[in-house]
Design a protein around this ligand. Structure first.
Ligand code: GLP
Length: 250
């Protein structure tokens, strides 16, 4: 593993630093492939990037996951979130933005089609990630195989509860999703994990320094050749004193 850990004071710092990684990549390769994450952690990055004068019109982008079973166009769908927070404000070409098709007649087939499209694009250059309280990456819940591909998954009750804040009532949170697999995520050339808040300190420490195990899907970061973590001070608090054990930035 090559891990660079950056601690920033707040969401604005996380946003600026995260945006700078995207800027460096896209200035070098205007037609690069970005991996997009939803959840609240990456939002400051998208907002900071909107203030950069960067032409993203040739970038291709792939979302990590999507709910299954929401009505098409539902504002809570990740397709809608990506459109609202990323595609429009950042000027991406909607034809180059792919989100797993959660309202497809056959979600399993839609998952396979998504994985094939990602492979055809040559894989992801820079994958943004958040981490769930139970260590999930995208919607890969504990128990997900470390080499899994894009597929339909049942959401854990922990995740459904955590995501209820985006819905009118907890009962409305879907029970299934399509998610990139841990194997899919591991094929991205650079992983950029964004972590905010003291409630993530324990799981971040476990992911980076605990055993690599399906019990903690984010522990796959330790198997990757290039990982950057940007954490606010609260989220990084569990890593105090461990910086030296982690490899220096590349
Ligand atoms: C969701 C998403 C994940 C995200 C996680 C953490 O369940 N599917 O991709 O990383 O929640 O979200 P947040 O950043 O809001 O804590």
């Amino acid at each position: 593993m090559s891990l660079a850990l950056y601690t920033v004071p707040d969401a604005a710092g996380l946003g600026e630093l995260g945006a700078s990684f995207i800027e460096v990549l896209v200035r070098d390769r205007p037609a690069s492939v970005l991996g997009l994450a939803t959840g609240s952690s990456p939002l400051p990055v998208y907002r900071a990037l909107a203030a950069h004068e960067l032409d993203l019109s040739r970038v291709s982008a792939f979302a990590l996951d999507e709910y299954v079973g929401l009505p098409a166009g539902s504002p809570q769908s990740y397709a809608a979130v990506i459109d609202r927070e990323v595609t429009r404000p950042l000027g991406l070409d909607p034809d180059r933005v792919a989100v797993p098709e959660g309202c497809a007649q056959d979600p399993a087939q839609a998952a396979e089609a998504f994985e094939a499209r990602l492979e055809d694009a040559g894989g992801v250059d820079l994958q943004l990630l958040g981490i769930g309280h139970n260590g999930h990456l995208a919607f890969n819940e504990p128990g997900s195989p470390l080499d899994s591909r894009t597929r339909v998954q049942r959401l854990s009750e922990t995740t459904r509860r955590a995501n209820a804040r985006f819905f009118a009532s907890p009962a409305e949170v879907p029970r299934f999703c399509i998610t990139q697999g841990l194997g899919t995520i591991r094929r991205a050339r650079h992983l950029l994990l964004l972590v905010r808040g003291g409630d993530k300190a324990g799981i971040l420490k476990r992911a980076l320094t605990g055993p690599v195990t399906t019990d903690c899907p984010a522990s796959i970061l330790q198997l990757h050749q290039r990982v950057t973590v940007i954490a606010d001070e609260a989220a990084a608090s569990g890593l105090a004193g461990l910086e030296e054990a982690l490899l220096p930035p590349v």
